[in-house]
Design a protein around this ligand. Structure first.
Ligand code: ASP
Length: 325
């Protein structure tokens, strides 16, 4: 008997229709996206690998998602988690922010079943689209017995939400976990996990997503003078994530301004603009009271810091969490 898998459609390129099959770049111009039900029909996957229960959630570009959307998505997933008949959940998502949604869900969901995010680099209607193959692989992983947790499945690879990132604007193999690699593979019907995911420890209540405080990211470069950090604080930011130079530092001027903001009560996490590697808790960070972000990249650190602040964690709690993750 086929297993049952829920498919939640949120939109994105995987659900997008261009003006013809050769429209591979500017398909967003027509703003045409199909819902989960039509996507399943279009791909013809119903009853082939699993029995799919489509859930029409959104038909938007993933750049338009909000904290409210995240809260609602987590609520829907959490409701499905208790359905004993369901093997797993697949979420069709735009690739622009897929890694952020995967990360946030990994922090707020008790995922007793696999929750698989997938998307495509080429539109559903395009030549050699990866929409079909990625959905099929995601459904296979979602129906694999014994799996649990939030995972990203793209290009026949299984990635951890912690490490996966979109590394190319256009190519099919854009999703990678730099320096660490995938945690599993999908080879035709075979799903192989090659190592365990280092799943995040903390599980926040998804209700916190409805009350996330403002947390912004500043980006370091030669000449960066901290104007952005000041402006974010003036706009009401309670936290700043600094996407600093390689080892994890800003320019001296930026650092001085971040210190002022820490004295004014903001929480600052030092991350790096390199895209991989850890920011270690150095003597300098300790002295400056800047929290070392470890290997959580800037946009994921922003989400984690906002959740911590929403929960009412103090600076030391937040530091402990970043260091222990
Ligand atoms: N614009 C798309 C999105 O919704 C990009 C994609 O899905 O590849 O994120």
């Amino acid at each position: 008997m086929l297993s049952k898998v829920a498919f939640i459609g949120t939109g994105g390129t995987i659900a997008s229709l261009g003006k013809d099959q050769f429209d591979l770049l500017d398909y967003n111009a027509g703003n045409k996206r199909v819902d989960a039900t039509s996507l399943i029909e279009h791909i013809g996957i119903q009853g082939k690998i699993a029995e799919i229960i489509p859930i029409n959630f959104r038909e938007i570009d993933s750049t338009a998602l909000t904290n409210e959307d995240w809260a609602e998505l987590a609520e829907v997933c959490s409701g499905l988690m208790d359905d004993p008949e369901l093997a797993g959940i697949v979420i069709g998502h735009g690739t622009a922010s897929l890694e952020e949604t995967a990360w946030v869900l990994s922090l707020v969901l008790e995922a007793k079943k696999p929750v698989i995010l997938t998307g495509s680099m080429r539109p559903l209607s395009g030549i050699s689209t990866d929409a079909h193959a990625n959905l099929a692989a995601a459904v296979r992983v979602a129906s694999t017995p014994g799996l649990s947790g939030v995972l990203v499945v793209v290009n026949d690879e299984i990635h951890s939400p912690r490490s996966v990132t979109k590394t190319h604007t256009l190519r099919l193999g854009a999703f990678q976990s730099p320096w660490t690699g995938p945690i599993g593979y999908v080879d035709g019907p075979l799903v192989r996990m090659s190592r365990a995911d280092k799943a995040p420890q903390p599980v926040f209540s998804y209700e916190l997503l409805r009350e996330l405080p403002r947390v912004d990211i500043t980006y370091s470069h030669i000449g960066a003078d901290g104007t952005a950090a000041r402006a974010f604080a003036a706009a009401g930011a309670r936290g700043i994530v600094s996407a600093g130079f390689g080892p994890g530092m800003g320019t001296p001027t930026e650092t001085a301004i971040l210190q002022d903001l820490i004295r004014a009560g903001l929480t600052v996490v030092q991350s790096s603009r390199t895209g991989s590697g850890s920011v270690v808790d150095s003597a300098q960070h300790k002295r400056l009271e800047i929290i070392a972000g470890g290997d959580i990249g800037p946009h994921k650190a922003r989400i984690l810091l906002a959740l911590c602040l929403a929960r009412g964690d103090n600076r030391d709690d937040i530091e402990r969490l970043f260091l222990s993750l």
